[in-house]
Ligand binder design. Sequence first.
Ligand code: FVH
Length: 296
Amino acid sequence: MAQTPVEKTSVTLLGLGAMGTALARTWLAAGHPVTVWNRTPARSAPLAAEGARVADGAAAAVAANTLVVVCLLDDASIGEALDGTDLAGRDLVNLTTSTPAEARARAEWARERGARYLDGGIMAVPPMIGVSEAGGYVFYSGSREVFERYAETLRVPAGTTYVGEDAGFAALHDVALLSAMYGMFAGAAHAFALIRKEDIDPASFAPLLADWLTAMAPSVHQTADQLRSGDYAKGVVSNLAMQVAGTPTFLSTAEQQGVSTELLSPYFALMRRRLSEGSGEEGLTGVIDLLVRARR
Ligand code: FVH
């Protein structure tokens, strides 16, 4: 007996930049009916050729489907794009990068207009969208009902990780991970600067650097364990006193290589401050307490 094909959820997508286009393509390829709208209409043409329905305005796009996904430049552009649209009864999924405060305010804004709200923070670049082995995923937070209702549809472009009912948590996880990434980029930039003027091939150096960063990455689990227990000396192998004593070597090496210490120095200053206020037997976890300010 022939099986009835399972009906795929219809999706409205506002925003056809690099990311929005990748999302739309993936849903279309998976057989989802997709209605698109973009401020600059010309960007819709290639997707129309791939089967997307092109709405003649944001209001018409929102009216077309219950599931409305927005992937725009920033939070302000959401307000502009959705101004004058009727969101009552809609499930709004916002994949625009925002701050946690913007996401929470946008959730309240959507609620006042009769929509349910799910926020997303995309941990992928456009070429990773729809490529499961690329490892990209999206943090989601806000309405659990919306997340569960569209779980299958949301899994089409990238993996999904739900991090709680607080609409700001997806943005917070997104920005926290990306901030760690920038710390890593800063460290790698300093390392490459140190070897830059020497007869060392950056292409030979890169795998050494990547392997070292990979070997060090699991230390975050010990940090988490120390934060939970409050015992910052727990399991420490390289203590703070020893590491602070080593900092002049790093600064002198930079000096000798003609490299600015502007990336390293702020972190070393925090290590020294923690040593003066805390215990030399700790590791580096105490630096976190120096960064956290009292909430205003
Ligand atoms: N691309 C990436 O690598 C990153 C990966 C992680 C997540 N981000 C975030 O995704 C959002 C969209 O990023 P994008 O790459 O699609 O960005 P653009 O290619 O610059 O496209 C921007 C779209 O936003 C539209 N837009 C801008 N301002 C307005 C407005 N006032 N009203 C309506 N639409 C607006 C723009 O339209 P147009 O310029 O074509 O008319 C594009 O559709 C973003 O939050 C990233 O941080 C991407």
